[in-house]
Design a protein around this ligand. Structure first.
Ligand code: DGJ
Length: 596
């Protein structure tokens, strides 16, 4: 048995089997290049110092890094939970407290501490907007409402509805230029500090932009723009991309006759009348079952949301261009999602980078690299599906600490990164997440070599789920839930485990494990599996003998790109070679053979 094997060797073997699985770092990369994105098959990967990189991260609460001293106890927590990156907010108010005077010491301090702890950073630029509203701009911006106008909603109200909610308008060049200048200063400084070391990987530009409490801005300037023609630039984009537009958008354009020009309402249908009140987010009426099923994934008063998406995108394109001119690293925007019971624009930020308006964002802000979901919803997979349409890369800047979701994001949706929100919060970081990050780190060379090809996928299984069948490589894999139990279940392959596991088999009164695993086919008869809580059976899908034997079953991990075996499995651990269980938090390399 060869206990050590290079990923390169595996990939070469794999190349004979699948021509699309060349690892992307085999292409010429310069270690000195700034972090950037590259395509591998249908995946987009982040390249750091010449190698693709998975961001295993967490986002700090909003104001955690507004001073360095309170951060001291947080750094070791991040390290001991196996994060390799942390998402950190930068407040415009703190960065430019007086116009034109930039304060760099906090940013420098955060970068220095991250380096000391061998962590990377994604900075979140809390500029004009944060959760739709404008609480992070400096005092000199906030108080000058003439130079920096606010939106209006309803029938001419300024923005205060149930409290002092305040949104800067997208339609002011002065506001846009002030934000862009500050962001460019930040990026220029990051380049100076980090252009060689690459501690900072990417930038989030603003946070969850969009109009709240109404479907669109109704200030006089906005009403004038809304009554005018859809910009030619957007019409050209729609026509050029007509066949590949996101269906929700194409449907509204089609319903209005695929017009090539006209006002927003002529091209996309009616907006909401100003007099019609919509419930505010917290008091939105419950939807009926049908609406619950469908309505929250569609455009409502489409022209309003599309108009706002165009204006936010157009504004942010200028900010991003200014930032990239100073230092060009990947930049993304994040979306507060539409959801059941918050289905109408305005109950979530209208015009944010939501899936139904991704095309509008692509047209208005081509320099934004990623449109990212803040993904707290239970419909994790379907949101990932919607955010990866038309090649949008998946980066999840905010989510819960659900480990199964991390596995599915990287293995099935080619994610660049995963980042639970509030990682510095009062509660400890769950050990399950720390274990999953360790596992993902150990298998990352293999994930990165296969993302974007048809040789990698992931599954999740909950207790009581029927077995899943996945065609991968030369075999169909049948995955059956086993949960935390290390016990080899006696049931025949493909049979559902009863949802009540006998109490004698339960190690501790914990909630049932949500099982998840990344499955990678690396050769005609070779697989890597990472994750756990399931039994794996194989059925050949090529001609030849139908009986399958387990060849080498090795538990291990990649160290410096080499596969290192930590346990060779046979005998009692695989029922004398008859049953393969992927136990929780395990990486297995498995070879198969066939016999008559
Ligand atoms: C989403 C925002 O983007 C975060 O900054 C934070 O406010 C969370 N919501 C709080 O749940």
């Amino acid at each position: 048995m060869e206990a050590v094997m290079r990923v390169g060797a595996i990939s070469l073997a794999c190349l004979a089997f699948c021509t699309t699985c060349l690892p992307c770092w085999s292409r010429a990369q310069t270690p000195g290049d700034a972090p950037h994105l590259t395509k591998q098959g249908n995946a987009t990967q982040l390249v750091v110092d010449g190698k693709p990189f998975l961001i295993l991260s967490g986002e700090l609460t909003n104001n955690a890094a507004t001073a360095l001293e309170p951060m001291e106890p947080i750094w070791p927590k991040l390290v001991s939970s196996n994060l390799n990156t942390v998402l950190v907010g930068v407040s415009w108010a703190q960065f430019e407290p007086e116009e034109g005077k930039f304060h760099y010491s906090l940013v420098d301090g955060v970068i220095a501490k991250a380096r000391e702890n061998h962590l990377h950073i994604v900075f979140l630029w809390f500029g004009c907007w944060k959760n739709g509203t404008s609480s992070y701009p400096p005092y000199w911006v906030k108080k000058d409402y003439e130079r920096f106008p606010r939106i209006q909603i309803g029938e001419g109200k300024t923005v205060s509805i149930s409290g002092p909610v305040e949104l800067l308008s997208t339609l002011s060049e002065a506001t846009r230029d002030a934000d862009a200048r500050a962001f460019a200063a930040l990026m220029g400084h990051i380049k100076e500090m980090d252009g060689a070391q690459h501690t900072v990987l990417m930038m989030q530009v603003e946070n969850e932009v969009g109009v709240l409490r109404d479907t669109r801005d109704r200030s006089p300037a906005a009403n004038r723009a809304f009554a005018g023609p859809v910009p030619q630039e957007l019409m050209n984009y729609l026509q050029t991309h007509r066949d590949t537009l996101i269906p929700e958008l194409r449907d509204v354009w089609a319903a209005n006759g695929y017009k090539k020009s006209g006002t927003w309402e002529e091209v996309f249908g009616p907006g909401k009348p100003a007099s019609l009140e919509i419930p505010i987010q917290t008091t939105a009426a419950f939807l009926g079952p049908l609406e619950h099923e469908n309505s929250w994934q569609n455009l409502h008063w489409a022209s309003d949301e599309i108009f706002m998406a165009w204006n936010y995108a157009h504004f942010l394109e200028k900010v991003v261009q200014s930032g990239k001119a100073a230092y060009n690293i990947p930049m993304y925007v994040n979306a507060w999602l539409q959801q059941p019971n918050h289905a109408w624009p305005g109950t979530y930020p209208s015009g944010g980078p939501l899936p139904q308006v991704h095309d509008i964002w692509r047209a208005g802000a081509p320099d934004i690299d990623i449109l990212a979901p803040d993904l707290y919803l239970e419909y994790f997979d379907s949101v990932c599906e919607r955010f990866t349409r038309n090649g949008n890369p998946l980066f999840i800047p905010e989510t819960s600490t659900n480990s199964a979701n991390a596995i599915v994001a990287f293995g099935k949706y080619n994610a660049i990164g995963f980042s639970p929100f509030g990682i510095d919060g009062n509660r400890p970081i769950p050990p399950e997440l720390a274990a999953t990050y360790s596992l993902l780190n150990d298998i990352s060379p293999m994930i990165l070599a296969h993302q974007g090809t048809d040789t990698i996928t992931a599954v999740r299984l909950n207790q009581g789920d029927s077995p899943k069948h996945v065609k991968l490589g030369n075999y169909t894999l049948t995955l059956t839930y086993t949960g935390r139990s290390a016990h080899i279940a006696p049931q025949p392959k493909g049979e559902t485990i009863p949802s009540q596991v006998p109490s004698t088999l339960q190690a501790a009164p914990e909630p049932p494990l949500e099982a998840a695993a990344i499955l990678i086919s690396t050769g005609p008869d070779e697989y890597y599996f990472a994750g756990g809580g399931m039994r794996i059976d194989f059925t050949p899908n090529t001609p030849g003998p139908q009986n399958i034997g387990l060849g080498d079953v090795q538990q291990g991990k990649f160290v410096d790109g080499k596969w290192v075996v930590t346990r060779q499995i046979a005998g009692d651990d695989d029922a004398q070679g008859e049953i393969l269980i992927l136990r929780p938090n395990t990486i297995l390399r498995v070879t198969l053979y066939r016999f008559p």
